[in-house]
Design a binder for this molecule. Structure first.
Ligand SMILES: NC(=O)c1ccc[n+]([C@@H]2O[C@H](COP(=O)([O-])OP(=O)(O)OC[C@H]3O[C@@H](n4cnc5c(N)ncnc54)[C@H](OP(=O)(O)O)[C@@H]3O)[C@@H](O)[C@H]2O)c1
Length: 285
């Protein structure tokens, strides 16, 4: 049997370690059908965690996701995010209801605070808990929280109901390995990795063209992109969220969670792209 990497949430829910991101999906109407087909193909292939946000295209991404999951809602683990300025206990209810309308569903499987703003964490947690009680969300978490933010969160009432923290993480950005990742591991709260393929641009080029990356990828008969994903989810503590508007790429990404890297592979990759030895500020897009 093929072993697939999974991640377990604190409430016992087990998820495949690779899901689908949707930032910029829905921005261009001419790509609509292709993007819907890509998302649906991803779900078929087991990437049933779909991550969106009210911020993405100011609702356009949620609308497209709503269309893509029509008829298959029960197969999808749906994640959306609230803007920090909407994360007060009353506005958050309205924001969530608007997301639900755009997504054409009656509940989210996970709702995240997109990043930390000025609203006290206690108030945001109160709003999240109310949404859970009302059945509008099944669980909640945060995004772009560094270790100090997580510690503060766990000190507020019901803060320990947080299921996940979504942060930037890829082979070229390993700062979270210094203290945030160990902090999460100790408490069994998984991380979601955004931009696991380093988005685009020069850093991504540096990663996928690197001699060691291409050598290790060739050894496993996979592409450098698949290697980046397999590396990202190697610990069982991280769920990666690559975004793709292409069915070909989606197929490639879905196959990556069957790749198990060896100790030797990881040592070589560590050598090429070492984690920092001291705390660095959280990378944020
Ligand atoms: N919480 C936050 O603050 C936050 C911030 C940023 C992102 N996110 C989430 O994380 C998701 C992923 O991050 P991201 O969109 O920034 O970047 P990413 O997933 O690292 O990279 C996306 C880019 O990679 C390409 N790609 C995907 N699969 C590929 C493959 N197999 N081969 C070659 N190219 C491939 C995509 O092009 P194609 O579309 O052509 O495949 C796209 O250009 C977002 O969509 C969003 O859901 C969250």
């Amino acid at each position: 049997m093929i072993k697939r990497q999974t991640v377990k949430l604190p409430d016992g829910t087990v998820l495949p370690a690779i899901g689908q991101g949707t930032w910029h999906i829905g921005d261009d109407p001419s790509k609509r059908n292709t993007e819907i087909a890509a998302l649906r193909r991803g779900v078929e292939l087991g990437m049933h965690v779909i991550d969106t946000a009210e911020m993405y295209g100011e609702g356009l991404s949620e609308e497209l996701v709503g269309e893509a999951i029509h008829g298959i809602r029960d197969e999808v683990f749906l994640v959306s995010k609230v803007y920090p300025h909407n994360a007060g206990k009353n506005r958050m209810i309205t924001s969530c209801e608007q997301s639900l309308r755009r997504l054409k569903t009656d509940h989210l499987d996970l709702y995240l605070l997109h990043w930390r703003g000025d609203i006290p964490l206690a108030e945001t947690v109160e709003g999240m808990e109310r949404l859970v009680e009302d059945g509008k969300i099944a669980r909640w978490g945060v995004s772009n929280f560094d270790t100090k933010d997580m510690e503060e969160l766990l000190r507020v009432k019901n803060g320990d109901h947080c299921m996940v923290n979504q942060v930037l993480y890829h082979l070229g950005s390993r700062g979270i390995e210094v203290d945030l990742m160990p902090w999460h591991k100790e408490r069994n709260i998984p991380l979601m990795a955004y931009s696991p393929l380093a988005q685009g641009g020069s850093l991504r080029k540096e990663l996928v063209q690197n001699e060691i990356v291409t050598k290790v990828a060739a050894k496993h008969n996979i592409s450098p992109f698949q290697l980046l994903l397999a590396w990202c989810v190697r610990s069982g503590q991280v769920l990666a969220l690559p975004k793709s508007s292409s069915e070909k790429h989606v197929k490639e990404n879905a196959a990556a969670y069957e790749v198990m890297l060896t100790k030797e592979d990881l040592e070589q990759l560590d050598h090429a792209f070492p984690a920092p030895s001291n705390k660095v500020p959280l990378d944020i897009i």
